[in-house]
Design a protein around this ligand. Sequence first.
Ligand code: ADP
Ligand code: AMP
Length: 236
Amino acid sequence: MEKSWVAPDTRHPNKLDRAVIFLGPPGAGKGTQAKELAKKYGVPHLSTGDMLREHVGKGTPLGKAAKPIMERGDLVPDSLVLQMIRERIERPDCSYGFVFDGFPRTVAQAKYLGELLKHHGYKRPFVIHLAIDSSILMRRLTGRRTCKVGGEIYNIYERPPKVEGICDADGGELMQRPDDREEVIGPRLQAYEKQTAPLAAYYGRLGLLHGIDAAKSVEEVGRQVLQSVQGVRGIR
Ligand code: ADP
Ligand code: AMP
């Protein structure tokens, strides 16, 4: 790998100095929690789903390849996702660490990430498993609405905006993701069970997994996430 890299910044001991990974099925609350955690530590929130949707929106070659795959609820091939992630984490804003949401999603992605982090001098990642019963997920996913401007996440049943269809934070229009329709949710959950769920055991064996009950309220899950992250080596 070439060295277009800014070394992890260790001058600020209370900064998040590593990658945090959110693991869990679609709808578990990865985006909601990852955004908050990244904001708290002032590090980038890296959602591979958001990045891929941006490519689709711009019609880039990657977007054109990913679009039909995402529309049917399958995973985009590792090779495409890994190149995208590598380019992203080699940017200087990642030198204090970063929060992944939706990545890694296969054991091959996790292995590649492990090598990449090691190569760039990072500590081992901290993995938060948002554990949740699948019966809750349909309501979370069909009810999800996202701000077109700032990406704020709402739920029409659980966390509605003050004014229907409008983001509280910036007045942006709320949209429903095309893959949050019932007929695509099924294949997405199947892809999770088959390709992503084994990552819990993978990270468990490495001693990096921290489980959290994701059926609790957003605030309670957030408290537990923070407690768990702060528990590692006294990060504040
Ligand atoms: P993921 O990124 O794992 O797919 P999101 O963070 O986008 O999940 O959350 C999915 C939906 O569930 C959103 O509509 C969000 O507002 C809602 N949600 C997230 N966490 C909770 C929670 N703890 N309780 C109730 N609803 C939640
Ligand atoms: P998400 O926004 O995380 O729910 O992801 C939306 C869709 O993007 C998924 O259903 C996949 O098609 C694709 N995707 C996101 N992240 C990955 C990844 N790490 N590997 C493969 N495909 C991904």
